[in-house]
Design a protein around this ligand. Structure first.
Ligand SMILES: Cc1ncc(COP(=O)(O)O)c(C=O)c1O
Length: 387
C-alpha cells in the first residue's frame, strides 16, 4: 500500500495553491544515502527518526538507503500511523506518561514491537503496575542525560541502577537498554567540537550499559544519536543503533552547524509574490510564519537566515532572505543591506521557494507535500500531524 496520491494530471507548480511544502526527492535520496553509507562504514545500524517529516513515503526512501533497523517516533500518533503502514519495529523516544499507557498498550496488543522510554523510578513503577494489570509487558529503555540538554538520568548516578532493577524485576515491564540524544550538538559549529560531543554521547552511553551489565542487568540496546553527532562519530564500538532524523531533509540550522550545505536541503516552501514595497526594498509574499514557522534557530548561529533563505522556483539560490513574518505575509529583503531589489525579476503572482531554518517545525504546518524530481513535480505525498 502506498501513501502517495497518484494525481492523474500533470502537476504544475503554477497551479499549486500557495504556500505549499515541496520535497526535492533527489536531495532526499542523496541525504539518506550519505548517512547510511557513513554509519554502514562504521559497522553500525540506523534507527531513523520520522519526526521531521512524519511521512511514510519518505521513511521508505530512507529505509531503502540501507543500514536501517526499525524507526524512531516522537509521538504515539506517529507510531500508530507508521505501524498501520508496515513499520513494525518502533521506538517511542519521548518519556512516557500514564495518560499514554493505554495508547501504547493498544499498539503492542496489535503486534507492534514498540519500545518506550522513561527516566524515573516512579514512572517505571507506574508502567509496571499498569502493564501487570493489563497483562502486557512494555519493552522499556532508560533515557540518559549525557550532555545536560534536557531529560534523562545521570549515566553515573544511582537512579540508573535503581530504574534498571525495577524494570528487570517487576512484572509488566522489561529492561531493554539505554538511550540518549546529544541535543547540545546543535550548539557546536566546528568539526572538533562535534567530534568531542559525539564521543561524549557514545562514551557515557556505553559506560552506562556497562554499569547495568556489571550489576547483572540486561542491556541489549545501546542507542545514541542526533544528526550532528551521527555524522561526527568515528567509532561505534558498544553502540547498537544510531538515531537521527533531520539528516534526510536537512535545514539551515544544520547548514550552519556544518553537516550540510543549503543546497542539500530537501524541503522548501513555495510562496507567491503578492506585493512590492518599493520604498522599503521589500517583496511581500503569501508565506508568513504559518507557512515557515516562527523558528528563528539561525538567529544565534554563524549566518542568520531570518525566517529562511530564498530560491527561485527551479531551486536556485537568490541573494534574498525572508526577513520578516506575519501570520500570512512574508517579507523578503536583499541578503546584503545595500542591494536594491530588481522588481522586474519578481513580478506580482510569480513564485519563490523558501528554505526553512528548522525542517521539523516548517513541515508541521502541512498535510501534504509536492514531490519534485529533477526539477519536475511528480506527485503528492501525505504526512500526518498531531499526537
Ligand atoms: C530522542 C531523539 N532521538 C533522535 C533525534 C534525532 O535528532 P536529529 O533531529 O538531530 O536528527 C531526536 C531529535 O530531536 C530526538 O529527540
Amino acid at each position: 500500500m502506498t501513501n502517495s496520491e497518484n494525481t492523474p494530471n500533470v502537476i504544475s507548480l503554477t497551479n499549486t495553491t500557495t504556500p505549499a511544502l515541496l520535497l526535492d526527492r533527489d536531495r532526499l535520496e542523496a541525504n539518506a544515502q550519505r548517512l547510511a553509507r557513513r554509519v554502514g562504514m562504521l559497522g553500525g545500524v540506523l534507527r531513523p527518526h520520522v519526526k521531521t517529516h512524519k511521512c511514510v513515503d519518505i521513511a521508505r526512501v530512507v529505509q531503502s538507503a540501507g543500514h536501517t533497523r526499525g524507526i524512531t517516533v516522537s509521538t504515539l500518533r506517529e507510531a500508530e500511523h507508521f505501524f498501520d503502514n508496515g513499520f513494525g519495529d518502533i521506538f517511542y523516544a519521548v518519556g512516557i506518561s500514564p495518560n499514554k499507557f493505554d495508547q501504547a498498550r493498544r499498539l503492542i496488543a496489535k503486534g507492534c514491537v514498540l519500545s518506550v522510554t522513561l527516566d524515573s523510578p516512579e514512572m517505571a513503577q507506574q508502567l509496571a503496575t499498569y502493564g501487570t494489570n493489563a497483562g502486557i509487558t512494555f519493552p522499556t529503555i532508560i533515557e540518559l542525560d549525557t550532555d545536560g540538554h534536557r531529560s534523562g538520568v545521570d549515566p553515573e548516578g544511582d537512579a540508573l541502577l535503581e530504574i534498571g532493577r525495577l524494570l528487570h524485576e517487576l512484572d509488566g515491564v522489561e529492561l531493554r537498554g539505554v538511550m540518549t540524544h546529544a541535543g547540545e550538538s546543535y550548539h557546536c559549529d566546528s568539526a572538533e567540537a562535534l567530534l568531542a560531543m559525539a564521543r561524549l554521547e557514545r562514551d557515557r552511553t556505553v559506560a552506562a550499559a556497562k554499569r547495568l551489565r556489571e550489576a547483572s542487568l540486561p542491556c541489549p540496546i545501546v542507542s545514541i544519536g542526533s544528526t550532528p553527532t551521527a555524522f561526527a562519530i568515528d567509532d561505534l564500538g558498544g553502540v547498537t543503533e544510531v538515531r537521527a532524523g533531520v539528516y534526510a531533509i536537512f535545514d539551515l540550522v544544520m547548514a550552519n552547524i556544518g553537516v550540510c550545505t543549503p543546497d542539500d536541503i530537501a524541503f522548501s516552501v513555495l510562496v507567491t509574490v503578492t506585493g512590492h514595497q518599493r520604498s522599503k526594498n521589500w517583496i511581500i509574499t503569501d508565506g508568513g510564519w504559518m507557512a515557515l514557522s516562527r523558528d528563528r534557530g539561525t538567529a544565534s548561529q554563524r549566518v542568520d537566515y531570518g525566517y529562511g533563505a530564498v530560491m527561485d522556483v527551479r531551486g536556485n539560490r537568490l541573494p534574498l532572505l525572508m526577513t520578516g513574518a506575519n501570520q500570512e505575509h512574508g517579507i523578503i529583503s536583499p541578503a546584503t543591506a545595500d542591494e536594491r531589489i530588481d522588481y522586474s525579476a519578481y513580478p506580482l503572482g510569480s513564485q519563490l521557494r523558501v528554505l526553512p531554518n528548522h525542517a521539523c517545525a516548517t513541515a508541521a504546518q502541512y498535510d501534504t507535500m509536492t514531490v519534485i524530481e529533477q526539477g519536475t513535480p511528480t506527485g503528492v505525498w501525505k504526512k500526518i500531524s498531531g499526537w
